[in-house]
Design a protein around this ligand. Structure first.
Ligand code: ATP
Length: 565
């Protein structure tokens, strides 16, 4: 059985001493009743066999039925209490894991892949089900089962020895079954993940699959994956069945061995019939929790693996919760020897960038596809960290700022805007909860998104679905610009702001840029739009040798401001 999982279990029990004591008390009561009913059977049967009084047998039956009913009641109560033991820890793990997911630094940590993150988020469930009430109850029964063997030994040591041998056999069979199932469990997880991957491909890429001849090969892959999954599931099922059957056989064989040996002892006058029947009941009870050990061991081993995944995930670098802030951000920005290599890469994407952007300037980032424009915007927003160098705002390294404060100084329009699946109003107010209704409408107007909202059936209260992807691209980008402006930050970061916009939308963007420049905002735009390039006061060409304009000397194009279309 997994040592690490036992450690987790002990930790949970120690953290809930009162509940643990109550589970123990309920286990004690249930097992004492089990013991009592066996003893009662022994005593009353002996009397009935000796005297043949029917009322004695009736008393036996009623007494044992009552005892079983109370035992059932205590076991039921115990399950309820045991279920509460891990509740707080489960909540702590799920909340903690989701918190890490939300605040993970991009490009940092070992659990980078999507699959690893999903697995880590499922880990608390796996731990909880392994340490759940049913398994806990069985584990609490183990010491009492040993107690039953001791009681049998006091009456008849040869029968206790038989019971001990079968108990050891059950433990050995459990360990074997666990080892047998572990490898299949891994294959099952892999086969399930493969099949899920194909389902995701069919859903996310359904148009590409339909249009570009993907359907046939995908169906072939699916048939192979489904077959592999079925085969491995059958293997698992076989092994589980084998383990169950071994447990049943052990129980049956123990019964035969106890009755046969007991019969010899009865004939020799060393045991009475009532005791033999009572002992048979007791050894059955003693063996039962041990036959469930294989199943528990397997889920505890899985819980241990889940815990390891969770521990790895917990090492993911997350954003700091605190940090400094400035009384007022004037809007200057500086890149100092900024170097960034994407995770897993060897060549820096951005190498020793040096640049100074005075407050109120418009800097345009240009360069071929993949030259790092979006990445630079993310670095400035503090969404990724450079390996060397720094981004400075009003002379302060932005890593010193509390992320929540720095985000309030920035209005970011990403290249692929994503919204929360809430209403348009909620999305804007989450960006800036202080916005009044009038300011909300003003922001929508400046971004040219008022028509977008008017076109929606419920206006501002229209719920967005699929992260806003159900909106036409142009509408989505206008709303995203409105959200960027809603923040009210001094620094505006726009990634391809005219991409996917019609001429009216493009004109609105130009107008907004002029307004932003006039009101002293610092604007950084990744763009290929010639008009925007023309209107910029600074241009950083990421295609220049070494990836940057040397030594911060960005070209000054048109200091007079933007050109109106
Ligand atoms: N966190 C990251 N993880 C993996 N790769 C990354 C990461 N950040 C940047 N990259 C890689 O860096 C390269 C530059 O991407 P980026 O989107 O910044 O270029 P771009 O100049 O904005 O391109 P485009 O003009 O097509 O928008 C890409 O190959 C991208 O995959």
């Amino acid at each position: 059985m997994s040592g690490g999982a036992i450690g987790m279990l002990i930790q949970r029990l120690r953290a809930n001493l009162r509940l643990t004591a109550r589970v123990f008390a309920a286990s004690l009561a249930a097992n004492l009743l089990g013991l009592a009913s066996s003893f009662y059977t022994m005593l009353v049967l002996n009397r009935y066999v000796t005297h043949g009084v029917d009322s004695t047998l009736a008393a036996l039956t009623v007494g044992v039925v009552l005892s079983i009913a109370f035992e059932h009641l205590f076991r039921h109560v115990r399950l309820g209490i045991a279920g509460r033991i891990g509740r707080a820890e489960h909540e702590r793990l799920t909340t903690g894991a989701f918190g890490i997911l939300m605040t993970a630094r991009s490009g940092a940590g070992s659990a980078e892949g999507d699959a690893a993150r999903r697995e880590a988020l499922r880990a608390p469930e796996q731990i909880d089900s392994a340490l759940g009430s049913a398994n806990l109850a069985t584990l609490f029964d183990l010491p009492f089962a040993l107690g039953f063997i001791l009681v049998v030994a006091l009456i008849s040591w040869p029968l206790a020895a038989i019971c001990l041998v079968f108990t050891l056999l059950a433990i050995a069979a459990g360990l074997l079954a666990q080892a047998d199932m572990r490898a299949v469990g891994r294959d099952l997880a892999q086969a399930g993940a493969d099949a899920q991957g194909l389902v995701t491909t069919a859903i996310v890429g359904r148009d590409a699959v339909a249009l570009f001849g993907g359907a046939k090969p995908l169906l072939g892959d699916w048939q192979r994956a489904a077959k592999a999954l079925r085969v491995v599931r059958e293997r698992m099922s076989m092994r589980q069945g084998r383990a169950q059957s071994a447990a049943q056989s052990l129980q049956a064989l123990q019964g035969v061995a106890v009755i046969a040996t007991g019969a010899v002892l009865v004939v020799r006058g060393e045991l009475d019939v009532g005791s033999l029947i009572g002992i048979n009941l007791l050894v059955g009870r003693a063996l039962a929790p041990f036959t469930r050990l294989a199943q528990i061991g397997e889920s505890l081993a899985m819980a241990r693996q889940a815990q390891v995944r969770l521990e790895q995930f917990a090492r993911t670098a997350v954003e700091p919760t605190g940090g400094t802030s400035l009384p007022r951000y004037a809007g200057t920005l500086e890149l100092r020897d900024l170097t960034f290599t994407p995770p897993g890469g060897v060549t820096p994407l951005l190498r020793r960038l040096n640049l100074s952007v005075p407050a109120g300037n418009i800097l345009v980032l240009k360069g071929r596809n993949g030259s790092g424009k979006s990445t630079l915007i993310r670095l400035i927003a503090g969404l990724a960290d450079p390996q060397e160098g720094a981004v400075l705002a009003d002379g302060v390294d932005i890593r010193k700022f509390a992320p929540s404060w720095w985000r309030q100084q920035i209005g970011l329009l990403p290249q692929e805007p994503v919204f929360l699946n809430r209403t348009i109003r909620e999305n804007l107010l989450l960006a800036n909860p202080r916005l009044s209704e009038a300011e909300l409408h003003a922001v929508l107007h400046r971004a040219g998104a008022d028509r977008t909202v008017a076109d929606c059936a419920q206006g501002l209260d229209t719920p967005l679905r699929n992260f806003g992807h159900e909106l036409p691209t142009g509408h989505r980008r206008r709303l995203a610009l409105a959200r960027a402006l809603a923040v009210g930050g001094r620094l505006i970061l726009l990634d391809e702001p005219t991409d996917g916009l019609d001429s009216e939308g493009t004109a609105t963007v130009y107008r907004t840029l002029i307004e932003l420049a006039r009101s002293g905002h610092t604007v950084i735009i990744a763009s290929h739009d010639p008009r925007i390039l023309q209107g910029a006061s600074l241009v950083l060409d990421l295609d220049q040798p070494n990836g940057a304009v040397p030594n911060g000397a960005a070209m000054v194009r048109d200091p007079a401001g933007l050109v109106t279309p």
